[in-house]
Design a protein around this ligand. Structure first.
Ligand SMILES: NC(=O)C1=CN([C@@H]2O[C@H](COP(=O)(O)OP(=O)(O)OC[C@H]3O[C@@H](n4cnc5c(N)ncnc54)[C@H](OP(=O)(O)O)[C@@H]3O)[C@@H](O)[C@H]2O)C=CC1
Ligand SMILES: O=C(O)C1=N[C@H](C(=O)O)C[C@H](O)C1
Length: 252
């Protein structure tokens, strides 16, 4: 039997972290060597011999966690939100000094979500209007969701490359927030509702028609195949990878 990959989970007591701990424990090719919560020292990652660190914590702590992992030669698979351009820039600098080390930052590990965002981005250049509605459980601390931000960025890049102008919008009088927030020129609306897990709709509108890409995560089990794919692949992809798209054969 080939050697098991030594994996650590950060945020192990959280909603996602607890699910990831179970998924790693159930995988024959992986060995869970550490499961850390907020008050545990990162030094135990070194003591445990972790090769891959899975970060499912909070936006305030994720950068320091990943920095520690990379500085100690560990690869990182990151699901935590909050990675703005400034943080990504600092991480790229760090990775340049650590050749061979890989970091995957995946705003969404659900394969259906990755596909829906990629397909919506591709289709968006054929429509005048595009807006995103993301819907989540009310315990979520950040808005808009990382997935919505990433989807808006993909859409914006695709439309810019095709020379598509901004969508029509005659609004001249607005109660604050009524039109959502603007992410790279795409309006994003955030719903927080008890009973939901993680859901997103991309609405594309043209004269007389609408195309909707909707994805629903009904259970956090939906994220685990992507987490495991990340864990198994990140060591073979040095540098920074943004989004699980690069680990899939989307053919787009
Ligand atoms: N990429 C994806 O597919 C997905 C990403 N997410 C993202 O993952 C993150 C976690 O989500 P979720 O599990 O719902 O959130 P939770 O609040 O349930 O879990 C976060 C956990 O991180 C712990 N924590 C905080 N700081 C640290 C630290 N420094 N070291 C270790 N653990 C720490 C918290 O501890 P304590 O309880 O003590 O505060 C908590 O248990 C969010 O950013 C969310 O948006 C969520 C779902 C899917
Ligand atoms: O907090 C969550 O729950 C989720 N967070 C991620 C995000 O912000 O996009 C991924 C998924 O939507 C669930």
């Amino acid at each position: 039997m080939t050697e098991q990959l030594a994996v650590a989970v950060l945020g192990a007591n959280g909603r996602m972290g607890a699910e990831a701990v179970k998924a790693v424990e159930a995988a024959a090719d992986l060995k869970l060597v550490a499961a850390l919560g907020r008050n545990d020292s990162l030094d135990s990652l070194v003591e445990a011999g972790a090769r891959i660190v899975v970060d499912l914590t909070v936006p305030e702590s994720t950068e320091a966690n990943v920095r520690f992992a990379v500085e100690h030669g560990m690869h990182a698979v990151v699901g935590t939100t909050g990675w703005d351009q400034e943080r990504l820039g600092r991480l790229e600098e760090l990775l340049a000094a650590q050749p061979g080390t890989g970091v995957l930052i995946a705003p969404n590990f659900a394969l259906g979500s990755v596909l829906a965002s990629a397909f919506a981005a591709k289709a968006s250049k054929y429509f005048e209007s595009v807006e995103i509605i993301e819907l989540h459980h009310p315990d979520k601390v950040d808005a808009p969701s990382g997935t919505a931000v990433r989807t808006a960025q993909l859409i914006s890049a695709e439309r810019a490359a095709a020379g598509v102008p901004a969508g029509p919008d005659a609004t001249t009088s607005e109660m604050a927030g009524a039109r959502g927030c603007d992410v790279d020129g795409v309006r994003v609306h955030s719903v927080r509702l008890r009973g939901l897990v993680a859901h997103q709709e991309v609405l594309l509108g043209g004269p007389g028609e609408q195309l909707t890409f909707r994805h629903d995560s009904f259970d956090r089990a939906s994220f685990m195949p992507g987490v495991l794919l990340g864990v198994r692949t990140v060591g073979m992809k040095p540098g920074l990878t943004l989004g699980l798209d690069d680990y899939l054969d989307l053919g787009l």
